[in-house]
Design a protein around this ligand. Structure first.
Ligand SMILES: O=C(O)CCC(=O)c1ccccc1C(=O)O
Ligand SMILES: [Mg+2]
Length: 334
């Protein structure tokens, strides 16, 4: 006997969260719960405004249809991952959430290891250094750059690397540097510290400009936005070290797994990363990264942007759990 429930959540986002130029006050999404013979699996479906092509109502409609098909006895796994035709493909957030629920139901995800995410700095670097210093193990952190000017940011990065001699950094410019700003950043870096920058995600506005930056500066880059563009294909490229995979923007677990496999074949590191999911989705991404990208810490340090946790607790977080009474049932099927 199968049952399905689709629920809607809304979590407060801290003032000042801006996605693609839009201020966001709430993170809204869905939880899909699948039950069969006393086993339960849950998944989160949360299109990210400014990033996802599907809207939340579109995602809810697609999820409901698939949930009903599953409850009626169909296998929906092939639907979730099938088709190279993007126009016909099930929306990535829907495929991700439903495939997580099915994976939990089938007991395919391991329990979560503690403290597996890479600390993220998008503000004051002195405060961030204090936070890292207080951690038992601070070998890797991520810093958003491209927010002020390249020269000032290189001094900030020099400061962090000098303060913590065992630290490696991933940087993320989200395509915001002009070629001149990127060059100013590279010129300002202390050459003796530069080797501890594992990569910079998307330094410049276009992939071609980012490749030129990697070639001229010798600093490896990683693709994030580029991975989700229509003409992207995975192949070795000089200066490219890694690809960032955001499953909510990519699709089913099987699709993510295929992409990770292709990345490895091209000699690239694949890094699983957050699309600002709730603690439900984030804990699942952490568990997923243990199986799909072992040894590569995922970029999941976004829980602190939210005002509460949802259904599951992130290890060590002091954020309160939102009352389950605030989850609103959209539909049930049995
Ligand atoms: O990758 C991480 O470590 C955190 C996630 C993150 O940076 C992110 C999350 C949602 C949308 C865009 C981005 C981004 O890559 O800038
Ligand atoms: Mg990025």
């Amino acid at each position: 006997m199968r049952r399905g429930t689709l629920l809607a959540y809304s979590l407060p986002l801290h003032a000042g969260v801006v996605l693609r130029g839009q201020h966001q006050r709430q993170r809204n999404g869905l939880v899909v719960r699948l039950e069969e013979d006393h086993r339960t699996g849950e998944g989160e479906i949360a299109p990210l405004p400014g990033f996802s092509r599907e809207t939340l109502p579109q995602a809810a409609e697609a999820a409901l249809l698939l949930m009903r098909r599953w409850v009626a006895g169909a296998s929906i796994l092939a639907d979730l991952s099938g088709g190279e035709d993007i126009a016909q493909r099930i929306a990535p957030s829907v495929a991700f959430g439903l495939s997580c629920a099915l994976a939990e139901l089938e007991d395919c995800l391991p329990p979560q290891a503690p403290s597996i995410a890479v600390p993220l700095c998008s503000g004051d670097s002195d405060e961030f250094i204090r936070r890292l210093t207080a951690l038992p193990d601070s070998r890797l952190a991520k810093v958003k750059v491209g927010l002020t000017d390249g020269g000032a940011e290189s001094r900030q990065v020099n400061g962090m690397l000098a303060a913590l001699p065992g630290l490696h950094l991933r940087l993320d410019a989200n395509r915001s540097w002009t070629a001149a700003a990127a060059a100013a950043f590279a010129a300002g870096l202390d050459p003796s510290l530069r080797g501890r920058i594992d990569f910079i995600e998307e330094p410049c506005a276009t992939p071609a400009a980012s490749l030129a930056f990697a070639r001229d500066s010798g600093i490896p880059i990683a693709w994030d936005e580029t991975v989700r563009e229509g003409d992207f294909s995975l192949r070795p490229q000089p200066g490219v070290a890694a690809i960032i995979i955001k499953p909510t923007l990519t699709g089913s677990l099987r699709r993510c797994e295929r992409l990770i496999h292709q990345a490895r074949q091209a000699g690239l590191t694949a890094v699983i990363s957050s699309s600002i999911e709730s603690s439900l989705g984030l804990t699942q991404l952490a568990r997923l990264s243990q199986v799909l990208t072992p040894g590569v810490p995922p970029g999941l340090d976004t829980l602190s942007l939210l005002g509460a946790q949802l259904l599951r607790r992130w290890p060590g977080s002091l954020l309160p759990l939102q009352s389950p009474a605030l989850l609103h049932t959209i539909a049930r099927a049995s």
